[in-house]
Design a protein around this ligand. Structure first.
Ligand code: PEP
Ligand code: MG
Length: 575
């Protein structure tokens, strides 16, 4: 039966394909007394062998997609599987206790996990405990005959269905086969949505219960343009979706003609159109979409994709690749924004009630625990600065004293490098993100000391409206066009200009087609967005008059009381 769902349209595009459920299966089992121990041993051997060959396949795939180093984690898993001591102990448990293979496996692996986890001062052994847990799940799944999802092994066109996707899950999706994804939770600015847009995979998030409704292999039709998801679509619905997909592709082709065009309004005013990236690989998309700069390089992905803290040299190579790839065009690199929904397996972040309000980003960089990490990153950035036009910015600044402390560390590392005879570029601009209302309110004071602002609306909106950006239940409060947000943004832009500084925006709002006319009218200097939104925005800017947009913005700022009033006004002015 056809079922229709509506979620948040998070990444444009349309797809019709079979569902692939990326959900953890139920691995519960009963302990049974058995008599045929040989049969249990044989079941165990078979499950171990299947797991071993499955891991080999996953590893081979990971080597090509993620590289040798990142794939090495699977070697550790295979070593656990091949450990003769562990296998012998599981078989001994089957024979001594006369229990089924599931129970014997669980008993022995739990014992090993307990011992290794108990070695709290030995990080290596703690990691082995995690490996054993992972491997046990796989073997247990084979014993129980249930499917353990292995997204790396997908080799046909599918639509991924999941509770949520972590940034690293998303990074592993192969665009060739993954035609779309649909999740229970998340919103337009959650990191899985941002990555989907970078990868150009259509996505609908925040459907609440897609994982309960969809079954493996069921046909789905997904529109990342409208947020619609249809389970078991009729022939007619399928053809409607295909048509919408074709119309979108035609629209994209029209925008593509603007790749090398200048970003000027109908009356000749220029705005800088930049793109956001997460890895050096994304630079290709930036250039393909004709962006004039990188307005935000989220460096935390460099940390998240690694097995351990990336070294100064590793980071230097990544920053150099981005600067060189942009051929002298500006690149704004944000220092690591770890925390919130971005965790590192090798860095012990405390469990917090409100991680988005907790220990994250610059707060970590300025702490004793984060000082070394921060200095390493700044040195790598300074060394790379000679390869292009580098701008550095700090995330999550609430206090002017935080900016001063970060700038001081930056100056110290710069002086050290120069003393060591390492060349460093002149005129590196150092700015901050405006993501916290306190900084937005005090922008006039910050503007005296920073070189630029980049407004991070993804966080600024959630903090101003007190509405978690990941929570679809409060997504109605997440209002970029609310007059309160517009006033904060305007305050930041005007404060920057009063001190002769520039103000950009790298939150998702910068590429929002309803917000762009307002931001132009407020005089925002730089717009940084998903690379895939750049051409659409250039097309919009080209047909608007900057003086008229000023009038629009002034009216919205002084007369509007609700988001709805703002939207109506924008429609009137951009018809
Ligand atoms: C923002 O908060 O707007 C931003 C760009 O940073 P992130 O989305 O990485 O939190
Ligand atoms: Mg942010």
């Amino acid at each position: 039966m056809t079922t229709m769902l509506k979620g948040i349209a998070a990444s444009s595009g349309v797809a019709v394909a079979k569902a692939y459920l990326l959900v953890q299966p139920d691995l519960s089992f009963e302990t049974k007394t058995i008599t045929d121990t040989a049969n249990e041993e044989a079941r165990l051997d078979a499950a171990l062998a299947t797991s071993q060959s499955e891991l080999q396949l996953i590893k081979d795939k990971a080597v090509t997609t993620l590289g040798e180093e990142a794939a090495s984690v699977f070697d550790a898993h295979m070593m656990v599987l091949a450990d003769p001591d562990m296998t012998a102990q599981i078989k001994a448990a089957i024979n001594d206790k006369k229990v089924n293979a599931e129970a014997a496996l669980k008993e022995v692996t739990d014992m090993f996990i307990g011992i290794f986890e108990g070695m709290t001062d030995n990080a290596y052994m703690q990691e082995r405990a995690a490996d054993i847990k992972d491997v046990t799940k796989r073997v247990l799944a084979h014993l129980l005959g249930v499917k353990l999802p292995s997204p790396a092994l997908i080799d046909e066109e599918v639509i991924i269905v999941a509770e949520d996707l972590t940034p690293s899950d998303t990074a592993q999706l192969d665009k060739k086969y993954v035609k779309a994804f649909v999740t229970n939770i998340g919103g337009r600015t959650s990191h899985s949505a941002i990555m989907a847009r970078t990868l150009e995979i259509p996505a609908v998030l925040g459907t609440n219960n897609i994982t309960e409704l969809a079954s493996e292999g069921q046909l789905l039709a997904v529109s990342g343009l409208t947020g619609e998801v249809i389970l078991d679509p009729t022939e007619e619905q399928q053809s409607e979706f295909h048509k919408a997909g074709e119309a979108y592709a035609a629209q994209k082709a029209e925008w593509a003609a603007l790749k090398d065009a200048e970003t000027v309004t109908a009356d000749g005013r220029h705005f800088e159109l930049a793109a956001n990236i997460g890895t050096p690989k994304d630079v290709e998309g930036v250039n393909d979409n004709g962006a004039e700069a990188v307005g935000l390089y989220r460096t935390e992905f460099l940390y998240m994709d690694a097995q351990d803290f990336p070294t100064e040299d590793d980071q230097y190579e990544a920053y150099k690749a981005v600067l060189e790839g942009m051929n002298g065009k500006p690149v704004v690199v944000r220092t690591m924004d770890i925390g919130g929904d971005k965790t590192l397996p090798y860095f012990d972040l405390p469990k917090e009630m409100n991680p988005f309000l907790g220990w994250r980003a610059l707060r970590i960089s300025l702490s004793t625990a984060g000082d070394g990490m921060f200095r390493t990153q700044l040195r790598a950035l300074l060394r790379a600065s000679v390869h292009g036009k580098l701008r550095i910015m700090f995330p999550m600044v609430a206090l002017l004293t935080e900016f001063r402390a970060a700038k001081k560390i930056y100056e110290e590392e710069k002086a050290k490098l120069i003393a060591e005879g390492v060349p460093v570029a002149d005129g590196i601009e150092v700015g901050i993100m405006i993501e916290i209302p306190a900084a937005a309110m005090l922008a006039d004071q910050f503007a005296k000391e920073v070189d630029f602002f980049s407004i991070g609306t993804n966080d600024l909106i959630q903090y101003t409206m007190a509405a978690d950006r990941m929570n679809e239940q409060v997504s109605y409060l997440y209002q970029p066009y609310n007059p309160s947000i517009l006033r904060l943004i305007n305050n930041v832009i005007k404060a920057a200009h009063a001190e002769g500084k520039w103000a950009g925006m790298c939150g998702e709002m910068a590429g929002d087609q309803t917000a762009v006319p307002l931001l132009m009218g407020m005089g925002l200097d730089e717009f940084s967005m998903s690379a895939t939104s750049v051409l659409q925005t250039r097309s919009l800017m080209k047909r608007l008059d900057s003086k008229k947009m000023e009038e629009l913005a002034n009216k919205a700022l002084s007369e509007c009381a609700t988001m709805e009033e703002v939207v109506t006004l924008v429609e009137e002015y951009t018809k």
